[in-house]
Design a protein around this ligand. Structure first.
Ligand SMILES: Cc1cc2nc3c(=O)[nH]c(=O)nc-3n(C[C@H](O)[C@H](O)[C@H](O)COP(=O)(O)O)c2cc1C
Length: 337
């Protein structure tokens, strides 16, 4: 497989819903929902890209870090690198059926496994969306992290049971989806979660519970207090609220607040291995990759997803060599100018 062919295939398959731009930066698709753009003006998606571009890496080559170790211990697994597939659903709806939710879920789960990492799976306005993720995990006998929309607590607890039965590694709640209107329209109401509701969710399961969509330090602190196993700093790829900052803009203040008490993951606008290294330097433990893997799946199925993940890992290794980092632990804010 080569990247040009993969991108050409993906462009053909996804048009006009995604143009597979040279830079996936949210400009051409601004406001396209259904589609793969950011909501409203598209500023939140673009802010993810711009926030990462603000940071520059110090080029350093007078050292002996020539074969960096990217392996990452996450929960009870060792991943090939600190990157995982982000939860994505309603892909069929967003691409006019050109990439189905089933093909996406299977490609994400299998492709992640092929690249030595795991997939997070999502939840959408049709309850079948969540189920497709669970089925992809059980069919291929791999562990992943099903992420549940902030539904009513009784429904969340029921969805968690299904994740437990599927042998999930952990579960997540994308708390930033509290205002998604098409969930309500389809009779699947979502809303914000208060401290007690969060505690009840965490208490209901022996699985680690991640909160995805944390963008402020006070909510990161609350996540730690209620017993979350980790957080994902994320503005949902710019798809839930216009005019939010980029994830890379708020990451370091959130990581300082959490101060190693739980893992801090991040996503939004990560397009290269250098971007991953920047996120780790800003305080993230690991990253999730979204749209680039949709392109991988559309252009080459599970192999396409694995291809994109492996490309990111090899770019990450080069970035570590050229910033003098022999291990993940060696990546610190010092490598940023
Ligand atoms: C089409 C689409 C559907 C998504 N569905 C979900 C979802 O079901 N659950 C969730 O937590 N996040 C969802 N997200 C957000 C992603 O998990 C992730 O936060 C975002 O795509 C990261 O930004 P990136 O695409 O720029 O890498 C979705 C994103 C897109 C583009």
């Amino acid at each position: 497989m080569d990247i040009q062919l993969l991108r050409t295939n993906a462009r053909e398959r996804l048009k006009p819903y995604c143009r597979v731009c040279r830079e996936c930066d949210g400009k051409a698709c601004a406001g396209e929902m259904p589609g793969l753009g950011g909501t409203g003006s598209g500023s939140s998606f673009m802010n993810n890209i711009n926030a990462l571009a603000q940071h520059k890496l110090n080029l350093r080559t007078l050292h002996s870090a020539d074969s960096p170790d990217t392996q990452y211990a996450f929960l009870e697994k060792t991943l090939s690198a600190p990157l995982m597939a982000a939860p994505i659903t309603a892909v069929g709806m967003q691409t006019g059926g050109k990439l189905s939710d089933k093909v996406w879920a299977e490609s994400a789960v299998l492709g992640s496994e092929m690249a030595g990492t795991i997939a997070w799976t999502g939840d959408g306005p049709d309850p079948a969306h969540f189920q497709l993720g669970i089925e992809a995990l059980t069919k291929h006998g791999v562990q992943g992290i099903p992420v549940i929309k902030p539904r009513e607590n009784k429904d969340i607890l029921e969805y968690i049971k299904r994740a437990e039965e599927a042998g999930a590694l952990a579960v997540g709640i994308d708390v930033d989806a509290a205002g998604i209107i098409n969930m309500k329209l389809k009779g699947q109401p979502v809303g914000p979660k208060n401290e007690q509701q969060l505690r009840d969710i965490v208490k209901s399961t022996s699985l680690p519970v991640f909160l995805k969509g944390i963008m402020t330090s006070d909510e990161a602190d609350l996540a730690v207090k209620v017993g979350a196993a980790g957080i994902v700093v994320s503005n949902h790829g710019g798809r839930v609220l216009d005019h939010t900052p980029g994830a890379a803009e708020v990451l370091s203040e959130i990581a300082s607040e959490v101060s190693g008490r739980i893992p801090v993951l991040v996503d939004g606008g990560i397009r290269s291995g250098a971007d991953i290294v920047k996120m780790l330097a800003l305080g993230a433990d690991a990253v999730l990759i979204g749209r680039p893997l949709l392109v991988g799946a559309a252009g080459g199925g599970a192999e396409g997803v694995a291809f994109i993940l492996n490309k990111l890992i090899s770019e990450m290794k080069v970035s570590m060599i050229l910033t003098g980092c022999s291990s993940l632990g060696g990546i610190s804010s010092e490598i940023l100018r």
